[in-house]
Design a protein around this ligand. Structure first.
Ligand SMILES: *[C@@H]1O[C@H](CO)[C@@H](O)[C@H](O)[C@H]1NC(C)=O
Ligand SMILES: *[C@@H]1O[C@H](CO)[C@@H](O)[C@H](O)[C@H]1NC(C)=O
Ligand SMILES: *[C@@H]1O[C@H](CO)[C@@H](O)[C@H](O)[C@H]1NC(C)=O
Ligand SMILES: *[C@@H]1O[C@H](CO)[C@@H](O)[C@H](O)[C@H]1NC(C)=O
Ligand SMILES: *[C@@H]1O[C@H](CO)[C@@H](O)[C@H](O)[C@H]1NC(C)=O
Ligand SMILES: *[C@@H]1O[C@H](CO)[C@@H](O)[C@H](O)[C@H]1NC(C)=O
Ligand SMILES: *[C@@H]1O[C@H](CO)[C@@H](O)[C@H](O)[C@H]1NC(C)=O
Ligand SMILES: *[C@@H]1O[C@H](CO)[C@@H](O)[C@H](O)[C@H]1NC(C)=O
Length: 695
């Protein structure tokens, strides 16, 4: 049976690697950056507002177009529109950046069975036929439609004149090649700026039904990377547990033994109101390499290993000796640490390990904090790139006095992205002034912006408190960012994006009271504003608010919540569901969501006095298991989102099921099979058949 489990976990990993990521849209440029605003219209391409070209790039495109020397005006018009698609805010989608870049965007084509469901009705769904008709006999110099160029962005050096009929046998060959009909893409190019189906919307849920499955107070939950029905939970003092997740409707509680943690790091962790173990992450290949990471705070005065460079240093025009005049506290005494550990040694295969050694394998990151708050601390592996993302707040003190979040040279107020698979030598770490044992991914923003500290992925954040990747669309990197006095926000993080703090607090201009580290003017930046958020005054008369970011809900359990981004507020016991209108547009609208506790909850929920609301107390964070079920980690325990009918919420999409206890499946098989992807289901059945035959 152990062998079966191992093979299953290996297969589940393999399957995850083999599966192409589903398509996504969201306005993103081919560089995977968010579109930026141009003032007025571009001179050549008919785009304005938030676009992917600046004036220099627009000029380049004009040169590229002129070089084709197209004499026929109808053909010239369609080719111009194709060249200009590089400026389209959906160009990342049109030019298929994640598989391979193309010279021509994906052209809309009904004939070849290309997607139409997300296109607006006015769209010309067979644009590739129009291109063929207009250009089939028109000579084009260095034609972008040459077969060899289909997957390459560059043009060859030697000039050749060709017509479409020289290059392609027939219209259907041409359309098959350029319509990308094998992918179910929500966006294709129809000659006009890409648009989405305005009526393709998802109504918000009527409410979310919760059950309580544990009394413990945890900060983090991470699904076991082997795909099984297990997850890691960690608390602020510094312990990690490995727990078994009960099946939905089983009536069981979380299988977690508080007296037997997976690993106990409390000796290394400095615990205080704002300090402790803030995050943990398991390497994507954890099931075979046993590598995992913890993010915590340490106190230099208590622990000799707690020694890193101070974030306040001459590189960022900050003098540590002046810090205590700005704010009380002990500058650079407390550190943010990301350290690596291993589950090797306690089991023949790491995926079976139920204990790990608290001995640090490697120091991934250490940095001294200027003040005592806003240091984020969540760590996450990117599902598409395998890099480690480190969420870093501005370091604290009201209004980010040193303007760290806007300073591209500072690591504070940033989302960092580092490679922990290629560890440089100590010599190189010193030479490149790295903050630990990591290397810089080649395509980090610093590759294009030399001002940017190399580890930075995005900037202008105050205190990112809980980020997640939509499990169906990895470009939807959702981060909640805690505000100062007025506004709590949710951002979609894109490469190199500036999220505005402290020039803006959410969409509002922020007036800093102290600026020893200089000032950034609103005119000098092009911030990306939150997709949703809320004012403090709207939720709490006392004004206390702190957002807790959650997940885009992707479980089958509550089909009426499927596709909505769920988040809450730490203090206010308040939840929102943000739904996208139209789908794939990045245009979100938040709705207040009522919630209640299922009467048959395995652990009875206590109620807020004089109300039916469950007394959740502080909402620390959210979690997601391998079935994509969503959990809420609160001061009073662990809650799970369950079928809406258990709380009598109306949801016509919910299948009526009989509540008999499901058979006890082996952990891995039960979970892998539950992943709602037909392709995967077929593959898994094939694997199970294969195993029946050979084991
Ligand atoms: C462009 O086409 C015109 C005829 O339409 C021709 O006279 C000219 O030489 C061509 N230019 C190049 C660079 O091939
Ligand atoms: C737009 O979306 C709606 C709802 O999903 C669908 O019924 C309709 O067919 C779509 N329209 C087009 C043109 O695809
Ligand atoms: C263009 O250059 C490529 C390689 O550089 C060569 O193989 C090809 O024959 C050239 N074509 C023409 C028409 O000269
Ligand atoms: C959780 O706490 C409640 C109330 O203190 C108690 O009745 C219950 O037994 C506890 N359940 C578990 C599983 O620890
Ligand atoms: C853990 O085991 C894996 C697989 O044998 C190996 O690649 C890795 O280097 C080991 N890690 C440590 C820290 O020993
Ligand atoms: C790299 O890791 C080693 C082993 O933990 C540690 O001694 C060293 O200080 C780390 N380097 C940095 C810059 O943190
Ligand atoms: C910082 O810049 C803002 C906007 O330009 C301005 O309103 C504010 O007075 C400046 N603050 C300081 C302390 O210079
Ligand atoms: C964004 O969503 C709102 C409400 O859901 C809708 O009214 C608006 O038209 C949408 N905007 C765009 C650009 O689609």
């Amino acid at each position: 049976m152990d062998g079966v489990l191992n093979i299953l976990s290996l297969f589940s990993l393999l399957l995850l690697l083999l599966l192409p990521f589903p398509s996504y849209s969201l306005p993103l440029c081919t560089s995977l950056r968010a579109p930026t605003s141009v003032k007025g219209r571009l001179a050549f391409c008919p785009y304005n507002g938030k676009v992917c070209c600046n004036t220099a790039e627009d000029l380049q495109l004009r040169k590229r177009f002129d070089a084709m020397n197209i004499s026929d005006s109808a053909c010239a018009a369609v080719v111009k529109s194709i060249v200009c698609a590089n400026c389209d805010p959906f160009s990342a989608e049109l030019f298929e950046v994640n598989s391979s870049p193309r010279s021509v965007p994906i052209l809309c084509n009904t004939a070849a069975g290309a997607p139409i469901s997300s296109l607006s009705s006015q769209a010309n769904n067979s644009f590739c036929s129009s291109v063929w008709e207009a250009c089939k006999t028109v000579p084009i110099l260095n034609s972008p439609f040459a077969p060899a160029l289909q997957t390459k962005a560059e043009l060859p050096q030697n000039a050749t004149l060709s017509t479409l009929t020289d290059l392609w046998q027939s219209e259907s060959d041409f359309c098959n090649a350029f319509s990308g009909s094998s992918d179910e893409k929500p966006v294709c190019f129809n000659g006009n700026p890409a648009s989405l189906n305005e009526s393709d919307t998802l109504p918000p849920p009527k409410g979310i039904c919760l059950e309580k499955i544990d009394n413990g107070s945890f900060l983090n939950m991470v699904a076991h990377p082997d795909g099984s029905n297990r997850a890691f939970f960690s608390n602020q003092p510094g312990k990690i547990w490995l727990a078994t997740i009960p099946d939905q409707d089983s009536g069981d509680v979380l299988g977690l033994d508080e007296s037997s943690p997976f690993v106990d790091l409390t000796d290394q962790v400095h615990l205080d109101a704002a300090f402790g173990m803030m995050g943990m992450a398991f390497h994507p290949n954890y099931a075979t390499n046993g590598r995992f990471f913890a993010s915590f705070n340490c106190d230099k005065e208590k622990s000799p290993a707690c020694a890193g460079r101070c974030a306040c240093n001459s590189d960022v025009s900050c003098d540590p000796s002046e810090l205590s005049s700005i704010d009380s506290g002990k500058p650079c005494t407390y550190h943010v640490v990301v350290a690596e550990y291993t589950a090797n040694g306690t089991s023949s295969t790491p995926s079976k390990a139920e204990k790990a050694s608290p001995v640090e394998v490697r120091r991934t990151f250490t940095m001294g904090l200027p003040f005592t708050a806003n240091h984020g601390g969540q760590i996450l592996f990117g599902p598409a790139d395998g890099y480690l993302y480190i969420m870093m707040g501005d370091g604290g003190s009201k209004g980010d006095p040193y303007n760290f979040a806007q300073n591209k040279k500072s690591v504070l107020g940033k989302i960092l992205r580092v490679d922990v698979d290629n560890i440089p030598s100590e010599e190189d770490i010193v030479k490149h002034s790295l903050w630990g044992n990591y290397s810089i991914p080649q395509d980090n923003p610093s590759s294009e912006d030399k001002q940017m500290e190399p580890s930075v992925w995005a900037y202008g954040l105050r205190n990112p408190w809980r980020c997640s990747f939509d499990s169906e669309r990895p470009s939807y990197f959702m981060c909640a960012d805690v505000g100062q006095d007025q506004y709590e926000e949710v951002d979609i993080i894109s490469k190199g994006g500036n999220y505005g703090w402290r020039v803006y607090e959410g969409p509002l201009v922020f007036e800093p009271q102290k600026s020893p580290g200089g000032n950034t003017s609103a005119d000098s930046i092009d911030p990306i504003f939150p997709v949703v958020g809320y004012s403090h005054s709207n939720i709490n008369k006392l004004g206390s608010a702190a957002i807790s970011g959650g997940y885009v809900y992707r479980a089958q359990t509550d089909p009426c919540t499927y596709g909505s981004y769920l988040y809450g507020d730490l203090y206010a016991s308040h939840f929102w569901a943000a739904s996208e209108t139209p789908q794939n547009s990045g245009n979100f609208t938040a709705t207040d969501i009522s919630f209640s506790c299922a009467p048959d909850s395995p652990i009875k929920c206590e109620s807020v006095p004089n109300s039916d609301l469950p007394a959740l107390k502080f909402i620390f964070s959210f979690g997601e298991d391998n079935r994509k079920d969503v959990y809420i980690l609160t001061q009073s325990g662990v809650y799970r989102v369950v079928r809406p009918s258990r709380c009598n919420y109306a949801c016509s999409k919910e299948e009526v099921i009989t509540t008999t206890k499901p058979p006890q499946a082996s952990p891995s098989s039960g979970y892998v099979m539950a992943i709602p992807h037909i392709g995967l289901m077929l593959l898994v059945s094939a694997v199970l058949v294969f195993m029946d035959l050979f084991l």
